[in-house]
Design a protein around this ligand. Structure first.
Ligand code: ADP
Ligand code: MG
Length: 464
């Protein structure tokens, strides 16, 4: 049973916002949300600190949306973030939270994109702006952005913005906001450097801090130094052959790299699938079925593509390249060792990437030593073969095919045993069925030659 005091419904929020939260799967508040939302909704300035992944975006997002007056097209909320990636993430979350309200305009203003289109979007009006300090200040200086009607200013990852040298830009921006705006300061670490700003600019702020709860999952993190780029792929092979995970994800930083790595793994007799954001929904769904039913053991993915991936148990996560963002790293490794299990996270680090490792060590407050790779002798081993194979049947719900019919056809006269059949997924016009790899030929014959619902359907094996 959930604690009713942690129920979003206890908050003074519009019913559209509340019902949308449920559709997003947000049922109860995380601790930092439960602590920070009441004072935020009461209009107070708030300093909030909680670890990465604790739900800070939803916390300040609801704070921003609760004060929005849609009748006005002035900029009413501004979120400053340290990097473009984080700004994009925050803007995405704000749009999801706001989707039940009519036409909330959320605009991102970050460097690396041309100024002109951003200026044009500003002229069309935006309710909420999310951006990096440098670019937001530039628009202010050029008169393209007017913050005189601002209600709420959020400094997300305020500590990191200071570390990155954004103090002057932040102060210049704050100076352009009305004196009585609400100021919200969110961070993952307790930073002394924030104090002076907070004292000067906030009015009797409420401070809320949530310390890490005890967590019984154990993720063993390992880091490996590679001499140069040409050593990277072999290092991954050695780790895969040494750890021998039944299911694992290899994270890459670009979609091109996911394709290259998956192809090279398949050439080396592994069973890998490349998952990236450019895939059509159908292809993505098919790959995920193959992975989830045990027909492929390695998913090579970008962070974007892996978002929302719901895989119960991964034995290991490999970072082919260490993530550019600390929070991305934490989310990646959190995919292994879920729910009390244990998991392994292996990260490859080149000399050029060493500073990211140092930053991560700093952030985790631990020393992170690199280890030698498993010896070259492991390259003699052959890769693990997935236990299952997948057959596609040319009939689905529209043809009234149910899982039981498929199971019946496979195990009927002369067929295979029930325990050789794995997951069955029935779609609109087709179905995927997993069978043990060693009986795949017999299963295919059985489906292709037998009858199902009194008809025969096409059946074929799919590999990716
Ligand atoms: P932080 O900014 O604290 O690092 P995020 O805002 O990125 O964390 O949130 C981490 C994850 O938690 C996101 O995937 C988000 O969708 C999810 N999340 C946030 N609030 C809730 C909630 N109340 N219930 C379930 N999931 C949540
Ligand atoms: Mg955050």
């Amino acid at each position: 049973m959930s604690d009713s005091s942690a129920d979003f419904a206890a908050l003074p929020l519009a019913s559209e916002l509340l019902s949308n939260l449920a559709t997003l799967g947000y049922r109860t508040m995380t601790p930092i949300q439960a602590e920070s939302l009441p004072p935020m909704l009461a209009g107070r300035d708030v300093i909030a600190r909680a670890k990465t992944g604790s739900g800070k975006t939803v916390a300040f997002g609801l704070g921003l949306l609760s004060r929005l007056s849609l009748a006005s097209s002035r900029v009413q909320g501004l979120v400053l973030c340290p990097t473009r990636e984080l700004a994009d993430q925050v803007a995405g979350e704000l749009r999801r939270l706001a989707r039940s309200l009519p036409n909330v305009k959320v605009l991102t203003l970050c460097g690396g994109a041309p100024l002109g289109p951003q200026r044009a979007s500003l002229e069309h009006g935006a309710h909420l702006v999310v951006g990096t300090p440098g670019r937001v200040e530039e628009h202010l200086r050029k008169g393209a952005l007017d913050l005189s009607g601002l209600e709420t200013l959020v400094l997300d990852e305020a500590d990191r913005m200071l570390d990155m040298g954004f103090q002057a830009a932040m102060e210049a921006i704050i100076a352009e906001t009305p004196a009585r705006r609400q100021l919200l300061l969110f961070s993952a670490t307790y930073a002394e450097a924030i104090r002076p700003i907070a004292e000067r600019l906030m009015r009797e702020p409420v401070t809320v801090e949530v310390d890490e709860p005890h967590d019984d999952t154990t993720i063993r993190q390992h880091f490996y130094r590679i001499a140069d780029e040409s050593a990277r792929f072999e290092a991954l092979r050695r780790l895969l052959l040494h750890v021998r995970p039944v299911s694992s994800v290899v994270f890459c930083n670009t979609k091109r790299e996911t394709d290259e790595v998956a192809e090279a793994l398949n050439d080396a007799s592994f069973s890998a699938l490349a998952l990236h954001g450019d895939l059509e929904q159908r292809d993505r769904d098919r790959l995920l079925v193959l992975f989830a039913n045990g027909s492929a053991s390695i998913l090579v993915a970008t962070d974007v593509a892996a978002r929302g991936l719901d895989i119960a148990s991964l034995d290991a996560v490999f970072n082919y390249r260490i993530a550019r963002e600390l929070e991305v790293h934490v989310h990646r490794i959190g995919r292994t060792g879920r729910a009390g299990g244990s998991g392994v996270a292996c990260t490859l680090v080149s000399e050029q990437e060493e500073y990211r490792l140092a930053r991560l060590a700093d952030f985790l407050g631990e020393t992170l030593a690199t280890e030698p790779l498993p010896s070259r002798a492991v390259l003699e081993r052959s890769p693990l073969t997935p236990a299952m194979a997948t057959l596609e049947l040319g009939g689905g719900k529209k043809q009234k095919v149910r899982p039981g019919d498929i199971l019946g056809a496979l195990t009927g006269e002369g067929g295979i045993a029930g325990d050789q059949v794995g997951k069955i997924k029935v779609l609109a016009n087709s179905a995927y069925v997993a069978v043990r790899r060693d009986v795949v030929g017999a299963a295919l014959d059985q489906l292709a030659n037998g009858k199902l619902k009194g008809r025969s359907f096409r059946a074929r094996r799919i590999r990716r």
